[in-house]
Design a protein around this ligand. Structure first.
Ligand code: PGA
Length: 250
């Protein structure tokens, strides 16, 4: 059975003391469950402290980004090996904000994914259509090519280390969520795509998260879809009670 995953993407929020406070209040409310992974993604500067603050809990810590090269003259950048050396084993790659504001294209995203996997880390890979693509009824095609152009270049053994996160761009930070039918039909489409490429077994074991305005009042409905294995939570992950309510909804 696939494990459930709730991941909090903190984006560019929380300084060091806020990071400590938020982790400690999540920890106070969090109950261990065997089939559940809880991941948080603070900013680079707070990753090492976050690992320390969550050492007595089952919370896992992910980075929000990673550089595509192993090392070298890339001023201001952070490599996968650096992350690993402070206890970070997961990186978010392909978030729509990185694609849009930092011009990350699929060639670069593939390099990032590959380098991260080569370092033995897991990847939370984000993708999703924008509003114009949805209105033009191109969302299945867009998502298919986003997955094929990056993830389907991987070997089976590499693909196993990927957590997929379907995040329709029009639902991120907007308060507007895809409805359960839209979510389930896309997740099922993705699972079929994976089955056609890597076989049914791997497809059935691959986690597919939904992201985009998941809140405590819509989480139950979203997570009740059979191909939804959890959520990537932005805004609502910044408040411990909201985040815990979402965790308890799965
Ligand atoms: P949101 O962000 O929950 O604030 O919409 C989701 C994300 O960007 O991963």
């Amino acid at each position: 059975m696939r494990k459930k995953i709730i991941a909090g993407n903190w984006k560019m929020n929380n300084n060091k003391s806020e990071t400590k406070q938020l982790i400690s209040s999540i920890n106070n409310l969090l109950k261990f469950r065997d089939n559940l992974r809880v991941i948080i993604a603070p900013s680079f500067t707070n990753l090492e402290s976050a690992v320390g603050y969550s050492s007595d809990s089952f919370i896992e810590v992910s980075s929000q980004n990673v550089h595509h090269k192993t090392s070298g003259a890339y001023t201001g950048e952070v490599s996968a090996a650096m992350l690993l050396s402070i206890g970070i084993n997961i990186a978010i790659i392909g978030h729509s904000e990185r694609r849009e504001y930092f011009n990350e294209d699929e060639l670069l995203l593939f390099e990032k994914v590959k380098t991260t996997l080569d370092n033995g880390m897991e990847v939370i890979f984000c993708f999703g259509e924008n509003i114009n693509e949805r209105r033009a009824n191109k969302h299945f095609d867009v998502v298919s090519s986003q997955i094929k152009n990056v993830l389907f270049k991987l070997k089976d053994s590499e693909f196993k280390k990927i957590i997929l996160a379907y995040e329709p761009v029009w639902a991120i930070g907007t308060g507007e969520t895809a409805n359960p039918t839209q979510i389930q039909e896309m997740h099922s489409h993705i699972r079929k795509l994976i089955a056609a490429k890597y076989g049914n077994k791997l497809s059935q074991s691959t986690p597919i998260l939904y992201g985009g305005s998941v809140k405590s009042n819509n989480a139950v409905e979203i997570f009740s879809n059979k191909d939804v294995d959890g959520g990537l939570i932005g805004g609502a992950s910044l408040n411990s009670e909201d985040f815990i309510n979402i965790i308890n909804s799965i």
